[in-house]
Design a binder for this molecule. Sequence first.
Ligand code: SF4
Length: 424
Amino acid sequence: MPRYFIWTIGCQMNKAESQWIASYLDSIGYQACAAFQEANLVVLNTCVVRQSAEDKVLGTLGLLKGLKKEHPGLSLLVTGCFVDSNIEELKRRFPHVDCFFKPGAYYELIDWFQGQGISTLGQEINFSKSSPSPCAFVPIIQGCNNFCSYCIVPYRRGREVSRPLEEIVCEVEALVKQGIKEVTLLGQNVNSYGHDLPTNPDLADLLTELNSIDNISRIRFLTNHPKDLSQKLIGAIASLDKVCEHVELPVQSGDDDVLRAMKRGYSVERYRKLVLAIRHCIPQLSLSTDIIVGFPGETEEQFGHTFSLLEEMRFDVVHVAVYSPRPGTIAWRKYKDSVSLEVKKQRFNKIERLQTNIATEINSIYQGKIVEVLVEGKKKGKWYGRTRNDKLVFSQGGNDCSGQLIEVKIEKFSPWALQGKVVN
Ligand code: SF4
C-alpha cells in the first residue's frame, strides 16, 4: 500500500484542509505514515501569513528537494496560501514539485491523481477523523474580500467562496456518526458566509441547521469580522442550545486613525457598541480578540487608546502580535515601518502584563464552581478539554473520560487555564 505524509504549517484552516486531504488519500488506497522519509507521497500544506512563515515554507521545499533526489519515485504535492494564482511561475521556480493546487481546490488534486491513472470515480470521500479527539474543524468559507492593509491572505486565498449549506450539513452529520461531538466552523471571515450562494443563507441559518443534528453537543465558529457580525447572528448564538458562548472578535487597535490605516472598516465606538450588544444578549459569553502593536506611525498616544480599550473591555483572551511588514500588502507599499522593534516589544509586553492580570481576575470566579468539559485527551496524567465558553481545563479522577462530557469542580486557576477534580 503506498504511504503518504502530510506536512501542515499554519492555522486551523490548514489543519482542517489537511484532514480532508488525508480522508481523500485514505479513500483511494493510501496509508498515512509517521515520517516524511517513509512516504511515497508528501503533501506540504503551507502558510505565508508572515514573511517568516513563507521562509519556513521555502526551507521545507529545499529539504524535500534533497529527499526527492535520493528517492526519484517520491511524489511531492504543495497546497495552502503559498499557492497563489500564478501556478505556472511556481512550477518554473520549483520543478521538483509534482502538483500545486490552490487551498480548498480539491478538484485540482483529484485531477492530478486521475492524470496519474489513479481512478477516483465513484469513490466517496469519507470525512474520517484520524485522531481520538471528539472535536473537528469544518471550513465553511474560503478566501477574504476585506483587504486589511497589513494582510496577505486575500492575495493568496483569493475572494470569498462559501461552501453550499447542504454540503456542510452532510459533512457534519458524517463526522457526528464517527463520534465527533464538537465542530468548529472555519473561515477567514465566517460572518460573510453565504452571500455568494444562490439562496444567500447566512451563518445564523447554517448554525440553525447544524443545531438540529442529533448527537452533536457543541458548535463553534471563527473568525468573526466586527463590521459583519449581525444582530441576527447574536440572536442565534443566544438561542441555539448547542452553539457555544464564545466569540473571537479581533479589534486590532483601539485608535480610530490606526483602524483607518489598517482598513478595518469600523470605528472604536462601533466595536464598543457591538461588544455591549453581544454581552447584553449572552451574559455568560467569553470574548477573545487580536491586537497588532507597532503598526506604521502608531504613536504612544494611539497605543494608549488600545491599552485603555483593553482595560475597559476586559477580554478573556488577547492574542498580541508585533507588526512586521508583509511584502505584497497595502501597508508594505504605502507606509514606512516607523516604530522601532524596541518600542514594539515594550508595547507587546505592556499588553501581555495587563492581560495576565485581567485573565487571572476573570478566571478566579470559577474557583469552587462546577463546569462542563468536553475531554479532548490526556496529558501528563491529567484530562484536558474545554468548557462551552472555551476555558481550558485540566482535571484528575474519573475512569476513561476521553471524548466525554464531564463535570469538573475547579480547585485552581491561572490566567491560561483552570484545574480541578472530575465529579461526574
Ligand atoms: S479580514 Fe482582514 S485580516 Fe482577516 S483575512 Fe481578511 S484581510 Fe486578512
